[in-house]
Unconditional design. Structure first.
Length: 131
């Protein structure tokens, strides 16, 4: 994870989703401030395949949950992995220390997987838009 996560990851996903809305702006169903509704509209309009839409919907949900937990714990919209509060956030989200990894390591690994999956979907989509 790039040192700072949380709001920036969520906002990055929203910016990419906004780019898709711009590309398909003639369809009024994608013109909504609600990220989940816009993603479903992009899927229903066949601009996103089912697997890509599901990846983005799951990412939006998990990142939004992480953002809310971070705000509640720190009054900030940025998750700083080295901050002591981040361990408490991980535990609050259900991560537990295990012999093979800490709660924090598990949270950061899940965050990295979510980031990487989202990045793959958007790279594929942007390549199609450019192509």
């Amino acid at each position: 994870v790039d040192g700072v996560a949380g709001a920036r990851v969520v906002r990055g996903g929203e910016q990419r989703e906004g780019a898709l809305r711009e590309a398909h702006g003639d369809d009024p169903s994608v013109r909504t401030p609600n990220t989940r509704a816009a993603l479903r509209a992009l899927r229903n309009g066949l601009w996103l395949d089912e697997a890509s839409a599901e990846t983005l919907l799951q990412a939006e949900s998990s990142l939004r949950t992480l953002l809310h937990a971070t705000r509640l714990a720190t009054n900030r919209s940025v998750l700083i992995p080295s901050a002591p509060a981040t361990v408490a956030i991980a535990r609050r989200l259900g991560y537990r220390d295990r012999a093979e990894r800490s709660a924090l390591d598990a949270l950061l690994a899940d965050l990295a997987r979510t980031r990487d999956a989202t990045r793959r979907v958007f790279r594929d989509l942007l390549a199609r838009l450019d192509g």
